[in-house]
Ligand binder design. Structure first.
Ligand code: ATP
Ligand code: MG
Length: 367
């Protein structure tokens, strides 16, 4: 089966790290390891400069027709003054919205070679592999009414509204359970049913949906206690499923446990296609466009490689290739290769600094 990939490299270091992954895809095609049909598109500042929009209708059509979108990063000081509707980040938001990407997957993986970069003790984080599944299109960030009212007497009232419908909870919990099947088969649902109606419904729906998965164990943890447990002993978790707000915070906490934000991939998934069962999907590094180092050959391409690894795993069903890629990343780190961002200050014993291309080539060689 041929997999259609849309490559949206974007701005800053986006094109540099995307080029390293593209070289891997080309090599896999040449070796007959999967069959990928790649198209390039513009997004963010690059699209604004060329087409006057953050993402064009033509690029959107390509994204809709693809099996997966690989996204680099967007933005930078160059576009600080552009109109709000066409600012680089608007491209990312339109992609998410028009592709219906309601599930945000943020793995927190701690490679043994980097365990000392965490602010927690090595034994707490070494080998950590937890996946946070965050609801991305509902909840308090979008619920109406959302306003600041003037009460007249020098007082104002700010209103945000948390709304969740049954179907929104059903589909995100299904994503979590489907993913858990490919992992340790444990899902932890986090909400605050003790103080929120949406938490009560979330809890009830999660229990019912998980019941459709007899091989999956579901636990319920209050989100505040969950945050505490995530920092105390994160390895107790496999898949965490939670709402937009709690997921926003918990996934950033989980990312920092690994100590290397610049290494982490993410995925956003939509509903399964009626005909093929495939979910719309976009894969991207957690980090941004890093304009401060763009063009200097020091960007770490690992988050971009790991994002492609998630596409292999979750969009293309190429599990052994995904495992191989993750192993290749672990291997280069074990061998002491480091881009500048993951090199301890003052260097380190047996560590070798490499640039973007050097790291990319090393990963491809070990794949
Ligand atoms: P955004 O708003 O898009 O998230 P940001 O300004 O918050 O962007 P980044 O663009 O991720 O954050 O950059 C934060 C810091 O991390 C910068 O100093 C940048 O150079 C560094 N950084 C980010 N990604 C990488 C990478 N892949 N390799 C090396 N350094 C990186
Ligand atoms: Mg940021």
């Amino acid at each position: 089966m041929t997999h259609k990939l849309l490559l949206l490299a974007g701005d800053g270091i986006g094109p540099e790290i995307m080029a390293e992954v593209k070289a891997l895809i080309d090599w896999m095609n040449a070796e007959g390891i999967g069959s990928f049909e790649c198209e390039d598109g513009l997004v963010g500042g690059a699209a604004y400069d060329a087409e006057g929009v953050a993402v064009s209708d033509a690029t959107m059509d390509k994204a809709l027709a693809s099996d997966a979108v690989l996204f680099g990063a967007v933005g930078g000081p160059k576009w600080d003054g552009v109109p709000y509707e066409v600012r680089p980040e608007a491209g990312l938001l339109r992609l998410r919205k028009d592709l219906g990407l309601f599930a945000n997957l943020r793995p927190a993986i701690c490679y043994p070679a980097l365990a000392d970069a965490s602010s927690l003790k090595r034994d707490v984080v070494e080998g950590l592999d937890v996946l946070i599944v965050r609801e991305l299109t509902g909840g308090v960030y979008f619920g109406e009414p959302k306003e600041i009212k003037d009460l007249g007497n020098g007082q104002k009232r700010a209103i945000d509204t948390q709304i969740y419908d049954t179907y929104e909870i059903e589909r995100i919990v299904r994503v979590a359970c489907d993913l858990a099947r490919t992992r340790q088969k444990r899902v932890t649902s986090m909400e605050k049913r003790n103080v929120m109606k949406s938490g009560l419904l979330w809890n009830e729906v999660a229990t019912r949906i998980a019941g459709e998965y007899p091989d999956i164990t579901l636990d319920h943890v209050l989100a505040d206690a969950g945050g505490m447990q995530l920092v105390r002993w994160p390895k107790q978790f496999d898949v965490i499923v939670t709402d937009n707000l709690f997921g926003d915070m918990l996934s950033d906490v989980a990312a920092m446990l690994t100590g290397s934000l610049g290494m982490l991939p993410s995925a956003s998934l939509g509903a399964p296609d009626q005909a093929t069962g495939r979910r719309k999907a976009m894969y991207e590094p957690v980090h941004g466009s890093a304009p401060d180092i763009a063009g200097t050959e020091v960007a770490n391409p690992i988050a971009m490689f790991a994002s492609f690894g998630m596409a292999l795993r979750y969009s293309f069903g190429m599990i052994s290739e995904a495992d191989k890629l993750d192993q290749a990343i672990a291997d280069v780190l074990d061998e002491g290769l480091r881009t500048r961002d993951i090199l301890p200050r003052g260097g380190g014993n047996g560590l070798t600094e490499v640039g973007t291309k050097g790291m990319g080539q090393a990963i491809r060689e070990r794949f």
